[in-house]
Every structure is written in C-alpha cells, then in structure tokens.
Write a protein that binds this ligand. Sequence first.
Ligand SMILES: Cc1ncc(COP(=O)(O)O)c(C=O)c1O
Length: 388
Amino acid sequence: MTPRLGDRSLFPSLAATSYLAHAAISPLSAPVKARVDALTADYAARGMEAFTTWLAARGRLRGELAALVGASAEDVGLVQSTTPGIVWLAFGMPWRAGDRVILFEGEFPANVTPWQRAAETFGLELVFVPIAPFFESPEAGLAALERELSRGARLVAVSAVRFQDGLRMPTRAMGALAHRYGAELFVDAIQALGATPFDVEEVDYAATGGHKWLMGLEGAGFVYVARRCVEALVPRLAGWLGHEDALSFLFDGPGHLRTDRPLRAAADVVEQGALSGASFAALQASVELLASIGVDDIFAHVQRWHDAVEGELEAMGFRSRRARFVEGRSASLCFVPPDGVSLASLHRALLARGVVASTPDGHLRLAPHWPNALDEVPLVVDAIAAAR
Ligand SMILES: Cc1ncc(COP(=O)(O)O)c(C=O)c1O
C-alpha cells in the first residue's frame, strides 16, 4: 500500500480518532510493525544465525539515516536514544578546564543534564541564553547568541526544535556564528527529524532517538559527528564494540582476541555493546517509509493542518506560540491555554473524545504527522471546545 499524506490506512490498529502526539511517541505503522514481526520471527527460528542478517541490515541503515540529515554513512553512530548520544559526546569532547558551554532557557533536560555532569567533571562553565529574542526574529536571537559567544565559548548546545513551544531554531546560522568565534555546535535533533526539515550543514554534532517524528520504536537512535571533529574526540566511554575489527575474534578463527586494537576514529565509536535489534529494524522500516514520502512534503502537509486549526483555538482564547516568521515553524503547534483552563483536565477530556495530544511545560501541543487528515481538524476543534 502506498503511503499518502492525510491517509491513515497504514495505521489500522490506531485507536485514537485524531493522534496528535508524534512529538512524544509515534504509533507504529503496519510496515514498521511487520518489520519488527519479521525480526522476532527470524530470531525465534534461527537465534544467533538471525543476528548476522539483521546486523547487515543495520549497516545499510547508517546510510539511510545519514541521507536524512545530508551526511555520509561514516559520520553516523548508532545509539539507543538521544540521551546516550549526548552523554557520550559530553564525556568525549576534548575539554579544557574553564571551557564555556552555551545552552538555552527551557531546553528539554536531555540536553542539559549531560552538560552539567561534564561541567562538574571537567570544570566547565555553563551559561543559559534567554529564548525570547529567538521568538522575535532569527536576527535578534543570533545577536543574543553572539553576545555570549563574544565572551568566549567552546560549544553551543541546542535543540533543532523546542519541545514545549515548537520553535525551530536557526541551526545553520547558529553553527556558522559559533564557528566564527571558534566554538562548535551540538544539536539535539529529535523534535525535528522526520517531519521538519533539518540538515547538518554548519552542525558539528547531533543526536536523536527514533520514537518521535521518525515513527520507530523506543530504543534506536543515532549520533552524527562531522568528519572534522572526529580526530579530536576522546572516547572516554568506549565499549568492546568500539574497537576496529571488534567482531573478528568471534567469527575469524583463533588469534584475533586482542586487547590492543585501537578504538575506531569515526562516529561509530559511540557503539559500545549490543543494541536492540527490534528497535533498529523498526527505525529502518520507518525511515524508508518517510523517505518515500519526503520530509518537505510532510512538513508542508503539517503546516496546512496547523493553518486550519490555529485561528480556531485562538478564537477560544488559546495563545499560539507559532513563530510569526515561517523559518521558525516546526511540526509542533503549541498553545498557552486561557486562564482557568487546567491542562491536566483538558488532556483527560480530549482523551475521552479520542484526541491524543500532549501538554508539555504549560502548553497544549498539537503534533500531527503525515497520516493526519485535514478533515480531523473540525473534530479536534469541537473536542477542545467541549473539553474546555
Ligand atoms: C528535545 C528533546 N530531547 C530529548 C528527548 C528525549 O531523549 P531520549 O531520546 O534520550 O529519551 C526529548 C523528548 O522525550 C526531547 O523533546
């Protein structure tokens, strides 16, 4: 069955009338579920022999993931989710005591905690840039960032899209600016990849999980490291699968079990031990499906959905956080509810009407993806009006 924008036939088991929580966790489409079923059936039948088949598929997945962000397969390493990727990088940077790391107000904690731990361990200084200028315009935001960069910094760490207000950050311009001041840019890409255009131009490092807009299962994600940054990394958190020819002692006869093999000088040195085969099989099926539709077309479809719903909610007193400039828009449309409206009860009331949305950090977040039809909008508006 060919996927078509606004058609959810590939989600026959989906219970919700309108599923709007792709920025949290996506439901599995039939092709993704079928790929996972194929893997578990193969493991049930062949055990260890199945491993090599799926390992080879995972090898091809690197290239598919890289294509998604405009990189090459060699620049990608597989991790379970965003967090282990960020932790690895936070402990793998060639820090010097006193290095400054620039973060942003209201970041998802996954992109704060590892830098705090690295700051504690390596004697770094963390600074938080306010987000309000980025809502004014990309220029005002970049000026605020430049003020901090001009005081000296080693790294800027930001989300491509913010989880609670949906603001899409100007990562390309931020990277170019950071480079002008001798700093590097890390991007947490999980709220963008799959539905909001993002590429690694001017980005030095990125990490993501695959269970949100990429529509896979939890337990599979990846890290991107720009080729120019790989050499300088210090693999402090390496595991047995990070060595060159790490598997040869298991498959190539005697004489290969050595403890002096160098760690790989590539992004895949982040791979430490066994990964969840099922989660990577899901991610692969899902990325193939998304690539067949095209992220630009998905984004345009989702913007039409947002256009249809935004004014209706504003008329009910919800304050839209959608950027007034189009470059700041993402696939998440977020609202501050009117005074007196409890998000917890709104969430419950919407669920009772078959609308699954999420409510991060004081916002109602509507996060439709390619299968959401425009004719769901009146149902969602009615459900919100009634729930309110
Ligand atoms: C910006 C952002 N980063 C990271 C995460 C999650 O990190 P992980 O994939 O490690 O659970 C989320 C949401 O869960 C998020 O919104």
